[in-house]
Ligand binder design. Structure first.
Ligand SMILES: O=C[C@H](O)[C@H](O)[C@H](O)COP(=O)(O)O
Length: 231
């Protein structure tokens, strides 16, 4: 197992150690969340009882392959906990998510959970969010208009930088919800709350990758061990 993968695995194991049996668990998306699915699968195999609600088709497929039982969010609309990865985590447990394009379902599932545990290798911890381009999920209708509105509202917060349409090969990347993603390289985001509110004012935006006041615990794995942050 590569070093990065083994750190993700350690974070996933530490998150699992915080879970009681019988919970309804939101399951995130991405390479770290996949390690969590593998950990879950091993315990389910040993008769650990849980039910998962997945945040993407990709995670749903992996759960099916590995025998992790799942239901839809409509079947279990309120969850005990969600365990998910992140692209960046700051000291207040504000996150950038969506590098894998799953931010909308991830945010819906996290919002439906009593608690969100973020798992990551320690390199994801930052002083200030924004080195990772902010994923913004948009409706395809009026793309240019939405693009220009994002640029306009960002400038009111002194945020500039490239905003690019995410591609899958030479085609636009399409999310599980059938939307597009714009990746905004704003650089440092000193006031994530203000940016979140500004982006929310744009009708063409379906959701953005700033997760604020959603994560209650972050478990960060490094060669030195596990760091646990609490909101
Ligand atoms: O859309 C994807 C998610 O927000 C992922 O949780 C995030 O991109 C982190 O992924 P990874 O664990 O692969 O770094």
């Amino acid at each position: 197992m590569s070093d990065a993968k083994s750190l993700k695995r350690k974070a996933a194991e530490a998150a699992f150690a915080e879970l009681d049996e019988g919970l309804n668990i939101g399951i995130g998306t991405g390479s770290t969340a996949e390690e969590f699915v593998r950990v879950l699968a091993e315990h389910v195999e040993a008769d650990f009882e849980m039910t998962g609600v997945t945040t993407s088709e990709r995670t749903e497929t992996l759960c099916r392959e590995l025998g992790v039982p799942t239901k839809t969010l409509d079947e279990i609309p309120i969850l005990d906990v969600t365990v998910d990865g992140a692209d960046e985590i700051d000291g207040d447990l504000r996150l950038i998510k969506g590098g894998g394009g799953a931010l909308l379902r991830e945010k819906i599932v996290a919002f439906s959970s009593a608690k969100m545990i973020v798992i990551a290798d320690a390199s994801k911890k930052v002083e200030t969010l924004g080195a990772f381009p902010l994923p913004i999920e948009v409706n395809g209708f009026g793309l240019m208009s939405t693009f220009m509105a994002i640029r306009r509202v960002a400038e009111t917060l002194d945020l500039t930088g490239d905003i690019v349409l995410r591609k899958n090969g030479d085609q636009p990347f399409i999310t599980d919800g059938g939307h597009l993603i714009l990746d905004a390289s704003f650089g440092r985001i000193p006031d994530p709350e203000a940016l979140s509110a500004a982006l929310r004012s744009i009708p063409g935006i379906v959701e953005h990758g700033l997760f604020i006041k959603l994560a209650s615990v972050a478990i960060l794995a490094s060669e030195d061990g596990i760091e646990r942050l609490e909101a």
